[in-house]
Design a protein. Structure first.
Length: 120
């Protein structure tokens, strides 16, 4: 499961946000749509992740948190902060590789500075 929600909705227990995928297939559909059908201005994204910490671990399942900022540069060369957020991840370490089982991204503002085209 993958969700991006504003902080105010998260605090109210509301799951409403600009991006929601209940399965890996839903994310694959989103990526396919981005690559093949959606029309949007070309952009470069810069993700900065910090404050990563393990909250708990139970066997191969790890719960972690981190802080993230995403900067976006459009074709015109203007770079701006797209979002600042906290991530709440459930990771599976089976087989020695970490795989994201679930990601919740809670962004700080009620509105995003621009279009959220790609998953964070």
């Amino acid at each position: 499961m993958y969700r991006i929600v504003p902080r105010t909705n998260h605090e109210r227990g509301l799951r409403i946000g600009p991006m929601f995928a209940e399965s890996k297939g839903a994310l694959v559909d989103r990526i396919t749509a981005i690559k093949e059908t959606q029309v949007h201005a070309a952009r470069a994204l810069n993700h900065n992740v910090s404050g990563i910490r393990i909250v708990s671990a139970d066997g191969a399942l790890i719960n972690s948190r981190s802080m993230i900022t995403v900067y976006q540069t459009l074709v015109d060369g203007t770079t701006r902060l797209l979002l600042t957020a906290r991530t709440f991840d459930k990771l599976d370490s089976t087989g020695g590789d970490l795989k994201i089982v679930e990601r919740l991204v809670v962004f700080d503002s009620e509105l995003l500075a621009g279009a959220l085209v790609y998953p964070v």
